[in-house]
Design a protein around this ligand. Structure first.
Ligand code: NAD
Length: 312
């Protein structure tokens, strides 16, 4: 597949690296206002191809997006220490107004995957600007948060994170919802399994896992300025699902007619992803408390999206 990446900063280049090392993209084009950075990242990643797959990566302009199957948008300002994702809203909406028409002109058949924050709102903005069918525009949403949840649960239980079926729903951000009640491995609900394995999930451990998932970005940003490897892996995983028409279940962000009584809101629920993009949205089975949290998350995002749409 051919993948275009708009924004060759930390997230864009980590995504390109993951796509190359896993052999998912045959061709990658990096587009950035900072052409020198894009060229340097492409050159550096190209030098890893003899150790991975003989695929191509280059820096380019919007015209070079011609024939892209997927265009990933990572352009924009990133989260500064102490800044929430919603703080980035106005800055990134303005950037998107300039880049989306260019993408559409040059890669009219591509699926658009939005990673720039606040990702749920930027996904809504991209849908609005592009006018594309909703299955072809989605955000990375909580694919990364879900990976964080699975990895921490797997680590605690001593079970491969790949065998842990657990999802984070709602906002990619502070109001996100860890769906504990349906989480399981090997058919066993996760908290029961933890007891069976002699590693119970006490209130303290539960709170530590919640904190490790919800506040991961803040602690990583405090330590090294930004997060990029996790999201790079998540973007490669999404592209793989499209490229191999996998029908994989991933918690991407898309628009929903009704989430716990909140209408037309962009957030993450489990979705089936294949070559057409989102093939179907699944309705999770949640307990009362999780449903209430999902509703609160939907309210936060609905308000933020309304603000962003007013900048258009
Ligand atoms: P970065 O500053 O390293 O890179 C952003 C790049 O965008 C820069 O190279 C900049 O030159 C480029 N850019 C800015 N305006 C542009 C334009 N109009 N056209 C083309 N390129 C433009 O930032 P980063 O760390 O790579 O983060 C990028 C975005 O990804 C941020 O919004 C960040 O919050 C978000 N992010 C999302 C997730 C997620 O899970 N969705 C995770 C981490 C970061």
């Amino acid at each position: 597949m051919k993948v275009g990446i708009i924004g060759a900063g930390n997230v864009g280049s980590a995504s390109a690296y993951a796509l190359i090392m896993r052999g998912i993209a045959r061709k990658i084009v990096l587009v950035d206002l900072n052409e020198k950075r894009a060229r340097a990242e492409a050159e550096d990643i190209l030098h890893a191809t003899p150790f991975a797959y003989a695929n191509k990566i280059k820096a380019g302009n919007y015209e070079n997006l011609n024939g892209c199957d997927v265009v990933v948008i990572t352009a924009g300002a990133n989260q500064k220490p102490g800044e929430t994702r919603l703080d980035l809203l106005e800055k990134n909406t303005k950037i998107f107004k300039s880049i989306i028409p260019e993408i559409l002109k040059n890669a009219p058949d591509a699926i658009l995957v939005v990673a720039s924050n606040p990702v749920d709102v930027m996904t809504r903005v991209t849908m609005e600007i592009s006018g594309l069918p909703k299955e072809r525009v989605f955000g990375t949403g909580t694919v990364l948060d879900t990976a964080r949840f699975r990895s921490l649960l797997g680590y605690h239980l001593g079970v491969s994170a790949k065998s842990v079926h657990a999802h984070v729903l709602g906002e990619h951000g502070d109001s996100e919802v860890l769906a504990w009640s349906p989480a399981n491995a090997g058919t066993i609900q996760i908290e029961e399994l933890a007891k069976d394995l002699g590693r119970p999930i006490t209130e303290k451990i539960k709170a530590e896992i919640e904190d490790g998932v919800v506040n991961a970005a803040y602690s990583i940003i405090e330590g090294k300025g930004s997060t990029y490897y996790g999201i790079g892996g998540a973007i490669a995983r999404i592209c793989q699902a499209v490229s191999s028409n996998e029908y994989a279940v991933l918690t991407v962000s898309t628009i929903h007619g009704n989430v716990e009584g909140v209408n037309n809101v962009c957030l993450s629920l489990p979705c089936i992803i294949g070559k057409r993009g989102i093939h179907q949205i699944l309705e999770p089975r949640l307990n009362k408390e999780e449903k209430e949290k999902l509703k609160s998350s939907a309210i936060v995002l609905k308000e933020a999206a309304d603000q962003a749409l007013s900048f258009l």
